[in-house]
Design a protein around this ligand. Structure first.
Ligand code: SF4
Ligand code: SF4
Length: 374
């Protein structure tokens, strides 16, 4: 594993971080739960392989995520940095920040949190929450007391807003999106680094969306790579302003492959970067449908599976594997339940659009999906 300076925190962070949001799940009595045994095994294997940064959040896995991460940390706490996130949108008055913090410390079963993020901070929530309820003061007090070590934020807004938030001087590290199909935050990441902040990138492989068959990807990048996630991860880590790439891993194979790539000594060669630049040009159309599969838009009252539709649409639109996309879309007709997932069932109520951090015009894109794949 390679390690990098984490801004001015004095910490050496592993180039690969463990994102907790996609831990393996099981169904019990019709309800999805984290598969605790598998998840703990996976997380601890990651720690053994040198990952020293694990990321969770109050909201993940219906509130179970922090508990399972806490269990996995037993015996590892002194070697692994814990990152979690206060639910910014639920802070309604002074004191809420501290109440969430206490609850999260209990769930994680730890005495302190290394990196305590404001979850999904935007310019508007910085003004309406952080400033409005004087939350910065509470955060600084918690830091002084040692219950949090660093004040951080995760981010879904424009690159300009990212620069404004960096300029507040409140934060020591930032978690934002960046991958080779979406480089919009690249300058802001460099800016954060220049200001001495640690930078963690989420979605280095596009929330799994880039994990298309490698022969398809090889046509795009025209290089011999073992897998699409490999080139995607190498691209992100090739940017020296990135301290750590966070990957939501849910199988041993995925974990070991990502560790292998994050441990490679050699940087990307200039011609590899060039190939990727060509691929980015070819993939420009994707910018319109940059769905990370985060699921924030779900559930849809009509049962439409929005991220699934967009994944299939991208197979068609971006990678040109239209027959495959149409076949998969057709398979959804198999049962009444799966039929409801298809894009044409959208009644355009608009509820999902307000929840999408990527500001995707979901209704319009679903119409196009139904037309292209139906
Ligand atoms: S706009 Fe369509 S997809 Fe979105 S919640 Fe309403 S019915 Fe579901
Ligand atoms: S449409 Fe938006 S909210 Fe829904 S999964 Fe995609 S990125 Fe997330």
């Amino acid at each position: 594993m390679r390690y990098r300076e984490f801004g001015n925190t004095g910490i050496k962070i592993s180039a690969l971080g463990f994102g907790g949001m996609r831990l393996p799940m099981v169904e019990r009595d019709g309800v999805s739960h984290i598969d605790e045994d598998k998840s703990i095994q996976l997380l601890q294997r990651g720690f053994e392989l040198g990952i020293n940064y694990v990321d969770t959040a109050y909201f993940y896995s219906n509130g179970e995520n922090e508990i399972v991460i806490g269990k996995a940390l037993k015996g590892w706490r002194d070697r692994v940095y814990v990152s979690t996130k206060v639910p910014t949108s639920r802070i309604r008055c002074q004191g809420d920040y501290r109440r969430f913090l206490e609850e999260q410390l209990r769930k994680l079963d730890v005495d302190y949190i290394d990196f305590y993020h404001f979850h999904g901070l935007k310019q508007v929530s910085y003004e309406n929450v952080v400033l409005e309820f004087n939350v910065a003061e509470e955060a600084l007090r918690a830091k002084q007391e040692g219950v949090i070590k660093h004040i951080s934020f995760s981010f879904h807004d424009t690159p300009e807003a990212l620069i404004n938030l960096i300029d507040t001087g409140l934060f020591e590290t930032v978690l934002c999106q960046y991958n080779f199909l979406d480089r919009s935050n690249e300058k802001a990441i460099a800016y954060a680094r220049a200001k001495g902040m640690g930078t963690v990138v989420m979605g280095p492989v596009g929330g799994g969306r880039l994990a298309v068959p490698s022969d398809v990807m090889q046509r795009l990048v025209n290089r011999k790579v073992r897998s699409t996630p490999e080139i995607a991860l190498r691209f992100v880590l090739g940017n020296r302003n990135v301290s750590c790439a966070l990957s939501g891993m849910n199988t041993m194979e995925m974990l070991e492959e990502n560790v292998r790539v994050a441990s490679m000594d050699e940087e990307l060669m200039p011609e590899e970067w060039e190939d990727i630049a060509v691929a980015i040009e070819e993939n420009k159309k994707l910018a319109e449908l940059y769905c990370t599969g985060c699921n924030y838009c779900m559930p849809c009252p009509r049962g439409v599976d929005i991220p699934l539709n967009f994944r299939l649409m991208n197979y068609h639109k971006v990678y040109g594997i239209t027959e495959y996309a149409q076949r998969e879309y057709g398979k959804l007709l198999a049962t009444e339940e799966s039929s409801a997932k298809r894009a044409e069932n959208c009644v355009e109520c608009g509820r999902c659009e307000t929840k999408c951090p990527q500001q995707i015009e979901i209704r319009r894109q679903l119409k196009e999906t139904a037309k292209a794949l139906g």
